[in-house]
Design a protein around this ligand. Structure first.
Ligand code: TYM
Length: 328
């Protein structure tokens, strides 16, 4: 079976529907066809300041959400990044292969450091994409299911793998991005041309937030001029985003939804989306609470995941260190 690796940061109290549609839904489906490794990437989270107790709690809530959303620990290796030292061991070698200018062209650093300015950002934030490359390469992943915003990091990962292989001989698999076009970028409800993100919670639909508050957010979502309900990202970004969400939560395709909404207004679209979201989030929240109520079982799952992840990633580190002339 081909291998998959992906990761998600535990930097919020809840995942949002962008995380789910852009990535986690694909993670769940790929379990049927691939050997899958999924990580809660807490080392990435500390590239910006985190409160220790909150980080530890959010890491567990993240794992509980992945389980509740359908990651099956019998079929997937689900683990916490900081429990597998191979990631940082490999990251150092990858940092030594990355040009300073090459790292400087990564747009995430520019975006995330704008407020404080680059001088006040951590070096960890600067090297973030290289640790991400190490995450992927450590598992010899064939495919990496992510949202559109990760494309540049995957390009760097491919370049580093190729560079390593041409310098030291074939060692690392060159991974392909796995980005589903229809849900690769979910937009903010209050600003439908911006990506939904954890850092602008005003327009994010959080899976674990109180459902009535999320229903309210859906009902006040920014729509577009005109009254027609039709999928048109250029002319109607707000309506198109709502249609994408409704399509996923109901399983109806967009043309079917468009036909069903003919002659009806934006209010109807929002009402149906609110109902579909509530029907999804309410049982999900109960399942997450169930996992969190049994910390011994959650620990068991994450320890078993780490043991399995270490086996695979340690082997890559061994090969890489050997090729480079390091001692193992
Ligand atoms: P993170 O934690 O920001 O997001 C997790 C996943 O959610 C996707 N995503 C979205 N997809 C569609 N629309 C949106 N509005 C949206 N917002 C977020 C992201 O693309 C991502 O797939 N750097 C990664 C974490 C990471 C990783 C890795 C990923 C670390 N190591 C190795 C893959 C492989 C990140 O910040 O994701």
């Amino acid at each position: 079976r081909p291998r998959v690796l992906s990761g998600i940061q535990p930097t919020a109290d809840s995942f949002h529907v962008g995380n789910y549609l852009g990535a986690i839904r694909q993670w769940v489906q790929l379990q049927d066809t691939h050997e899958t490794f999924y990580s809660v990437v807490d080392l990435h989270a500390i590239t910006v300041e985190q409160d220790p107790a909150q980080l530890r709690r959010r890491t567990r809530v993240a794992a509980a959400q992945l389980l509740a959303l359908g990651i099956d620990p019998e079929r997937s290796t689900l683990f916490v990044q900081s429990m597998v030292p191979a990631h940082t061991q490999l990251a150092w070698v990858m940092e030594c292969l990355t040009g300073f200018g090459e790292a400087g062209r990564m747009t995430q650093f520019k975006d995330k450091s704008v407020k404080g300015g680059a001088d006040r950002s951590s070096v960890g934030l600067f090297t973030y994409p290289i640790l991400q490359a190490a995450d992927i390469l450590a598992y010899q992943a064939d495919a990496v299911p992510v949202g559109e915003d990760q494309r540049q990091h995957l390009e760097l990962t491919r370049n580093l793998a190729q560079r390593f292989n041409s310098r030291y001989g074939p060692t690392l698999r060159v991974p392909e991005p796995y980005i589903l076009k229809s849900t690769a970028k979910i937009y903010d409800l209050t600003e439908p041309t911006a990506k939904m993100s954890k850092s602008s919670p005003g327009g994010a639909l959080d899976l674990l937030a109180p459902v009535p508050a999320m229903v309210k957010k859906i009902k006040s979502a920014v729509t577009d001029t005109g009254r027609e309900i039709r999928f048109d990202e250029a002319e109607k970004p707000g309506v198109s985003n709502l249609l994408t969400l409704l399509s996923v939560f109901t399983g109806s395709d967009i043309p079917t939804l468009e036909a069903g909404f003919e002659g009806r207004g934006y209010g109807d679209l929002k009402k149906e989306l609110a109902e579909a979201f509530a029907a999804f989030a309410t049982p999900l929240q109960a399942t997450v609470a169930g996992y969190l109520a049994d910390p011994v079982e959650l620990d068991r799952i994450l320890l078993a995941g780490a043991v399995r992840a270490r086996e695979v990633a340690d082997e890559t580190v061994r090969q890489v260190y050997d090729k480079v002339g390091l001692s193992v």
